[in-house]
Design a protein around this ligand. Sequence first.
Ligand code: NAD
Length: 256
Amino acid sequence: MGKLDGRVVLVTGAARGQGEQEARLFAAEGAKVVVADVLDEQGEALAKELGASYVHLDVGDEADWGAAVGAAKETYGRIDGLVNNAGILRFNSLVDTPLDEFMEVVRVNQVGCFLGIKTVAPVMEDGGTIVNTASYTAVTGMAAVGTYTATKHAILGLTRVAALELASRRIRVNAVCPGAVDTAMSNPARLDPDADPEEMTRALDELYRKLVPLGRIGRADEVARLALFLTSDDSSYITGQPFVIDGGWLAGVSVI
Ligand code: NAD
């Protein structure tokens, strides 16, 4: 018995990184997964490997959402779960951030999450689940990523309000708040086909050894396990909450 047997779950930004690990774990737990992304080649290959389906979905585009939900319903007849995972990061101080860059990040991270809730919740089965991907930066500040931080704070607001508004249909809405995770977002070198992934992970662990109490960077499959918990009945009495998964980073600072 899988934890998601018979459930249909759409994961955005699922072609790589945390979304990919969520798609893999959910499929292994019996879900019919809809892999959604703008990286069509990677997304299609993953869906084929998992026996899942793929849909092109730019999360900032309302028409794309309508088409994606239509395709999911046509293929599987229902939607039980949504993981709003797609996101982008830009580095800049607030005063140096061009408005276009601010709006680009808002469009994907914040509008994307809003449109996901708005489009999927009305057609989702009662008792469904929504997991929004916020961040450690949703619950604290981080210099040089102000736009990203603002959008991740906003995602917690969306999570809480959606939880209140959808509770009468037993739809639960929660947020994952990862610290640093070993994906292309935290480590763009991952996109270099000639780089050695194990060597990169070792270097990142070393970088985070002093920053993070557990002494290493997080792994994408660790976040996927949290998303599985929040998508399965194991979390049946939990809604409207942020779940920090950060190796203890937020716990405080050490002076020695
Ligand atoms: P990633 O860059 O590997 O994955 C992001 C995915 O989102 C990619 O597949 C990308 O193609 C997709 N995407 C980007 N724009 C999109 C759009 N407009 N429409 C649809 N898909 C789009 O990074 P990741 O770490 O796997 O990121 C997943 C989520 O986790 C993001 O929301 C990110 O903000 C969040 N997060 C990441 C970290 C980290 O350290 N890696 C920490 C906290 C939160």
